[in-house]
Design a protein around this ligand. Structure first.
Ligand code: HEC
Ligand code: HEC
Ligand code: HEC
Ligand code: HEC
Length: 125
């Protein structure tokens, strides 16, 4: 009796682990996600980001604050588009261009994969 209860509990726990990982993978939105400059005076057209071509990366590689916040939008924190904010680690510009692994350009340069030139990612409005 006790043994079967233990086994039942173990199975439930295992299923729980599977359910959690499946939910997070399914949570990634479809391709062509529009990333739009959150202020006036954008130089370029919005960037279309694809999760499918980044399936080899872990969610946390980019969504690096998921331990403290469930918010998946970079711009919730990286909101500073001011001239002074351009150099700040939590400013808008650095999130996508810094040398760090979580930034588009940083990761592409280190991995030697993915676009790294301005015009590979950006098109004029
Ligand atoms: C290579 C980097 C990268 C990886 C890996 C990645 N994402 Fe994203 N994700 C982004 C970017 C960039 C955005 C757009 C954020 C923005 O617009 O501020 C985004 C947006 C999202 C959004 C929509 C946020 C919103 O409210 O519009 C969800 C949900 C999400 N990602 C979930 C996931 C999950 C789950 C995984 C792992 C299975 C994952 N992402 C892996 C970069 C990534
Ligand atoms: C909950 C807030 C929050 C969210 C959401 C967030 N960041 Fe960050 N990010 C920060 C903070 C704060 C820093 C400053 C350094 C630190 O605390 O890690 C930072 C630092 C960075 C850096 C390093 C910058 C440097 O100077 O090298 C990059 C790159 C980065 N974030 C990219 C992203 C991307 C891309 C997303 C969305 C996929 C994102 N961040 C979402 C808060 C956040
Ligand atoms: C942690 C690493 C990493 C980060 C961060 C990352 N990428 Fe990539 N990206 C890659 C790799 C690796 C490839 C090559 C995939 C392949 O060839 O299969 C790639 C390919 C691409 C491609 C070509 C494939 C396609 O979808 O058209 C684009 C465009 C791209 N990335 C845009 C971005 C943008 C925009 C961001 C930031 C919002 C970003 N990436 C962040 C690793 C990363
Ligand atoms: C790997 C892709 C990638 C590369 C390479 C890249 N950027 Fe970006 N850039 C982004 C993303 C993602 C955003 C955020 C979305 C947006 O605001 O359009 C952005 C935003 C910007 C913005 C603010 C938005 C605007 O339209 O004014 C400027 C300015 C900018 N980038 C300039 C550059 C310059 C200059 C280079 C070359 C030195 C460069 N970027 C290279 C991905 C890239």
């Amino acid at each position: 009796m006790k043994k079967s209860l233990l086994i039942a509990l173990m199975i439930t726990a295992l299923l729980g682990v599977f359910a959690v990982s499946m939910v997070s993978a399914a949570d990634a939105p479809g391709d062509g996600l529009e990333m739009k400059y959150p202020a006036d005076g954008a130089k370029y057209a919005p960037i279309m980001f694809n999760h499918s071509t980044h399936a080899a990366q872990k969610c946390e590689d980019c969504h690096h604050k998921t331990a403290e916040s469930k918010d998946m939008k970079c711009t919730t924190c990286h909101a500073d588009t001011s001239k002074e904010g351009k150099k700040k680690a939590d400013g808008y510009y650095q999130a996508f261009h810094s040398k760090a692994e979580q930034s588009c350009n940083g990761c592409h340069k280190t991995a030697k994969k993915g676009p790294t030139k301005c015009n590979d990612c950006h098109t004029k409005k």
